[in-house]
Design a protein around this ligand. Structure first.
Ligand SMILES: [Zn+2]
Length: 373
């Protein structure tokens, strides 16, 4: 009887560990420990962020930033080799969440509707690869590797992963069989130059269709991790209880929330006078995908500061233009781009501007396009 009880206790504690939603803090701590230069670079980020926000007090002019994405699908089993449609469903969620066109925005409590942000950030599957060739923005790599932990294997082809595309130009997202209990992790921005910048996400938590595991089946793991990639902390501040997430309009909160609580939760937490309690429906908490529905204006400012200060190639590029994205290809009777040629019929391998180019598709159609700068 005693032995059974001990076994039972052991399995309960494993279940609690298995709930850790996001590995970003652990990953960042380990990076800081192993790379002194990274620790110095990360320390400067908050100062720079505050400076940028102070110098850019109102961005009243609507400017949409589009981030080109490459998805590295690293697979061993068929389930792990997720479909193009599953990948596109994730891009769709990102575009809804970062433009606040998500249908569940009505679930944001009234008291916070006025600070819920249209972040004015969009995402595309890259249409041009680092060599200037047309691409679907999806790379598939078969691997013999088992579950991937939070080390460099996933972004190293010789270790069974897939190499990064230049991380100044692209958001790299690796989708793979991730270690049990973890949904994903990301690398926050800094001036430190290293491999592996981007997101790593378990294949069963990516997108809204395909082989998915509830309650993390609404694509919010990537929404959350991109928040970290753009320098957001967890809403409870992380790094300890009642911490500081450096955002003024998110209420102080003792620690993470799971599942799907009812509003208000934990009023006056952390000795504050705040009858509304935790903002547990913020994308930077740990609640179920179906219960998250907002970023705040303060979080938006931090993300814009991160892009302008550390990921500025995302502000102006042509990596989302040119060839059709996967969704449009599917809409157009699955026509696929075969190649791009110039007016003399030469295959184009480098980015060219102000030059007419012809896009040839496998259904026999041709489109003429000019990228104007
Ligand atoms: Zn996180």
């Amino acid at each position: 009887m005693k032995r059974i009880l001990i076994l039972l206790l052991a399995s309960i504690s494993l279940t609690i560990n298995a709930q850790e939603r996001c590995g970003t803090e652990a990953h960042t701590k380990s990076m800081i420990k192993n790379n002194p230069e990274y620790a110095i670079a990360r320390n400067k980020v908050n100062t720079q962020t505050e400076k940028w926000i102070k110098n850019n007090p109102n961005h009243s002019e609507k400017t949409i930033i589009t981030i080109p994405v490459v998805v590295h699908v690293v697979w061993k089993t068929n389930n792990q080799n997720i479909s193009d449609a599953q990948i596109q469903s994730q891009i769709d969620v990102l575009n809804e969440d970062y433009r606040r066109t998500n249908v569940d925005k009505i679930n944001t409590p009234n008291v916070w509707q006025s600070i819920a942000a249209d972040c004015e950030i969009e995402f595309c599957l890259a249409s041009i690869d680092p060599n200037g060739n047309p691409t679907t923005g999806i790379e598939r790599t078969e691997t013999a590797h088992g579950q991937f932990g939070m080390n460099s294997d996933i972004h190293t082809s010789t270790s069974g992963g897939a190499d990064d595309w230049p991380n100044d130009d692209y958001l790299n997202i690796w989708v793979c069989n991730i270690q049990s209990g973890l949904l994903g992790y990301a690398s926050p921005p800094s001036n430190w130059i290293g491999d592996g910048d981007g997101l790593v996400i378990g294949y069963q938590y990516f997108g809204t269709e395909g082989v998915l595991q509830a309650p993390y089946n609404k694509g919010r793991t990537a929404t959350h991790e991109i928040g970290h990639w753009l320098n957001l902390d967890h809403v409870w501040g992380g790094w300890g209880n009642c911490g500081n997430d450096q955002v003024n309009d998110t209420p102080k909160q003792e620690t993470e929330n799971y599942s799907c609580p009812a509003f208000p939760l934990h009023p006056n937490a952390c000795n504050t006078i705040n009858a509304n309690g935790d903002m547990f429906m913020n994308y930077m908490d740990y609640t179920n995908d179906a219960c998250m529905n907002l970023f705040t204006n303060g979080q938006k400012n931090r993300m814009l500061a991160a892009i302008n200060s550390y990921r500025s190639n995302m502000l102006s590029h042509n990596l989302c233009e040119g060839s059709l994205g996967i969704s449009e290809q599917m809409k157009n009777n699955n026509k696929r781009l075969i190649k791009i040629v110039d007016i003399l019929g030469r295959t184009i391998t480098e980015k060219q501007k102000n030059t007419p180019l012809f896009y040839i598709y496998d259904n026999g159609s041709v489109e003429k396009k000019i990228i104007i700068e």
